[in-house]
Design a protein. Structure first.
Length: 137
């Protein structure tokens, strides 16, 4: 689980990422490049974390749904990207962008301890939901 706050003008909302299946492009649209970015969809080969494709997607869904329910934030969706922090994970892995620091109203919410606690609890609740559903026979 990698938790971040986003940037990007007046954009707003929460989005959750997991790796795309081998052969698939990223659903994210990145400009520029960085060490944690994939190569713009050109890197479509299999990576270590692809062995958890179904679990990654379900974990991302559970976390995103829980975050939206707890915060009322705008849904930017579950997306797929080959972030370095996700590529080589030896277990199901997701990256959460829990709001935009470049959006003044979101920045104010994020700066409040109570809001960050709501985010943390929602993420934990999403993990618990994920765990309960995968452990059900």
């Amino acid at each position: 689980m990698s938790i971040h706050f986003n940037s990007g003008g007046a954009a707003e909302g929460i989005e959750t990422y997991c790796v795309p299946p081998a052969g698939a492009n990223s659903t994210a649209n990145f400009s520029g490049s960085g060490s944690d970015r994939d190569s713009g969809g050109g890197d479509r080969g299999a990576i270590t974390n692809n062995r958890f494709d179904l679990q990654n997607m379900w974990l991302a869904h559970c976390a995103q749904k829980s975050l939206l329910r707890a915060t009322g934030a705008m849904d930017r969706g579950v997306r797929r990207a080959r972030f370095w922090v996700l590529r080589y994970s030896s277990c199901p892995a997701i990256l959460i962008e829990a709001g935009f620091l470049t959006n003044p109203s979101e920045e104010q919410r994020i700066q409040r301890t109570e809001y960050r606690e709501i985010l943390a609890k929602a993420i934990a609740d999403g993990i618990v939901t994920y765990k309960k559903t995968i452990d059900t026979p």
